[in-house]
Design a protein around this ligand. Structure first.
Ligand code: 5GP
Length: 190
């Protein structure tokens, strides 16, 4: 998605060799017009699928996921992150190691909001090692639902998550795929 790549080139900030900060338009301050265009692009890419629900994880995936859900005319559910395990029988839980916070969190979704047999489209802001996406797919499978694919805003393709999950059969569509990045040279896209 050219509009997104241009914005990353203009406003993204590389920290070290593997963190991209996009706080000015995606992760802290949000650009509504760009976020709407992202939702429209995910709708275009997955329009052949019947999507019953969109699923993301709090907090930074929510804005793009809500726009995507608006285009599909379906609800958005966001998984909650918690340090404590919720043992309740009324929730699905999985675990994800956070790439940015370097901590493990429990990922929780109420059983009320994903039903067996539903087609679920997963949306997230970044794909790095694939832990967050794996946890979300795990929850969809626990629910007896069907993960129709994952829409990722920025994939750091030099990290293994995308390759690993694609080889496991998950359809992943990323709007910007980063080949490499550094503080000196900025971001290079695939
Ligand atoms: P993964 O679980 O694939 O290793 O990492 C994906 C999650 O970590 C995303 O939900 C995102 O919040 C966060 N993340 C991973 N890499 C980056 C990055 O370079 N920049 C930002 N802002 N978040 C990242």
């Amino acid at each position: 998605m050219e509009q997104l790549k241009e914005r990353i080139r203009k406003d993204g900030r590389v920290i070290g060799n593997d963190i991209l900060k996009v706080d000015s338009f995606l992760n802290h301050q949000i650009d509504p017009a760009l976020t709407d265009a992202i939702g429209a692009e995910f709708y275009r890419l997955f329009s052949a699928e019947k999507v019953d629900r969109v699923l993301t994880i709090e907090a930074s995936g929510i804005a793009a996921a809500v726009m995507t859900a608006k285009y599909f005319g379906c609800p958005l559910v966001f998984a909650k992150k918690s340090r404590t395990v919720n043992q309740s029988a009324s929730v699905y839980t999985s675990k994800a190691f956070s790439f940015t916070h370097k901590t493990e969190s429990n990922v929780i979704v109420s059983k009320e909001y994903i039903k067996p047999g539903e087609n679920v489209l997963i949306i997230d802001d970044f794909l790095a090692n694939g832990c967050a996406l794996r946890a979300l797919r795990d929850i969809v499978l626990q629910a007896g639902a069907n993960p129709v694919g994952a829409g990722i805003i920025i994939e750091k393709a030099f990290q293994p998550g995308g390759k690993d999950l694609r080889s496991e059969g998950l359809r992943i569509e990323s709007l910007a795929r980063i080949k490499s990045m550094s503080e000196q040279n900025g971001v290079e896209f695939i």
